[in-house]
Design a protein. Structure first.
Length: 356
């Protein structure tokens, strides 16, 4: 079975796509975003997948790819279109090449026009295709820089994308109106630039009069992406160093019980249950500070910012919310105790009070 997730970066309106094989647990990631590498790593880990490769549809001008960062942390290979001229890739894709993951694969189709190195990735059964900026939902990418060509784009769309089955779902690299997916049949009929009876001359005339400003991040993004995301200009993503915390796909930093028991005297344990739970059958962690979640925003002054805070509740839900409250209030060393007191007790860690 295919594992498929569509992810979104709000800053650049970029879609990232995770495709995995449920039997082998191998996966690929299309168009990763540098700032979202933590999110992508968390999802891949939670789904039990191994990331084999990242695939960029083209050299982006509006964001830095996360390819190099994910390569460094997960060991994934980097794949780009050979015609892009980008350096640092392990796989330089040509038209017709395949990238496999388990028993599945995507076929790379050269679709230049937005840039000279644009690739569209077509799933093996032709039920899905990832078009980058070549074909957007009711639109297309610009053709006025990075070796762009309206002629090439028109030909690419009509010979490599519109020749797919009408029901093939198309997933673009961007959308600025919240639209998520379209299909070959829809775009062939309804795309106001490329669909219907519009000719190549109609299209080139339209594209030559867009007069768009250059992307804001172009001076940083293009040089970095020509190196597959390896650039000093892109601010590195630093991991917390006070404990082996792990970011979940829900965006919560979590800490394992074993580490906390060994370092409980180095942190503030914040218990956000109600008082009757604190003194109830599960007991509580020694020296834990009791501040029920409903009172937390009014009692923040009882907590210091110098020492890290580990939030705990019965099962980890309320305490996860507590970490968000604390971070918004300026506490930067914060984590949630994974599994809460239920897991703490089940694993035999020390408690005060509670029932046998």
């Amino acid at each position: 079975m295919l594992v498929f997730r569509q992810l979104f970066d709000q800053q650049s309106s970029t879609y990232t796509y995770l495709l995995g094989d449920s039997e082998s647990h191998e996966a690929i990631l299309i168009d990763p975003v540098f700032e979202q590498a933590r999110r992508d790593k968390a999802l891949i880990a939670e789904l039990g997948l191994t990331l084999l490769a990242t695939l960029d549809t083209h050299v982006h001008a509006d964001h830095v790819t996360g390819a190099a960062l994910l390569r460094k942390s997960l060991g994934s290979k980097i794949a780009v279109g050979q015609a892009s001229g980008a350096t640092g890739a392990h796989i330089n894709l040509k038209h017709g090449d395949r990238v496999t993951f388990g028993c599945r694969y995507v076929e790379a189709r050269a679709t230049p026009g937005h840039t000279s190195g644009c690739m569209t990735y077509v799933l093996d059964n032709e039920k899905m295709a990832f078009t980058g900026d070549t074909l957007l939902i009711r639109g297309c990418g610009r053709t006025d820089f990075q070796q762009g060509s309206a002629h090439n784009m028109y030909q690419s769309v009509h010979t490599q994308i519109f020749t797919l089955p009408d029901e093939c779902l198309l997933y673009p690299a961007h959308d600025y109106q919240g639209r998520m997916v379209t299909s070959v049949g829809e775009e062939e009929r309804l795309n106001p630039r490329l669909g219907g009876a519009l000719s190549e001359s109609d299209f080139t005339g339209h594209m030559s009069n867009l007069n768009l400003p250059h992307p804001k991040q172009i001076d940083i993004a293009v040089p970095a992406n020509m190196k597959c995301g390896a650039s000093d200009e892109a601010h590195p993503i630093t991991e917390p160093d006070w404990a082996p915390v792990v970011l979940t796909f829900a965006g919560i930093w979590e800490l394992q019980p074993d580490w906390l028991e060994d370092h409980v005297d180095q942190v503030q344990v914040l218990d956000v249950r109600e008082s009757e739970e604190f003194e109830g059958p599960l007991g509580h962690i020694e020296n834990a500070i009791l501040v029920p979640l409903g009172e937390l925003t009014k009692r923040l002054e009882e907590l210091g910012k110098a020492r890290p805070i580990v939030a705990v509740c019965r099962a980890g839900g309320r305490s996860a919310h507590a970490t968000v409250v604390l971070q918004k209030a300026g506490f930067d060393k914060v984590a949630n105790l994974a599994g809460g007191m239920l897991r703490w007790r089940a694993e035999g860690h020390a408690v005060e009070g509670g029932a046998d």
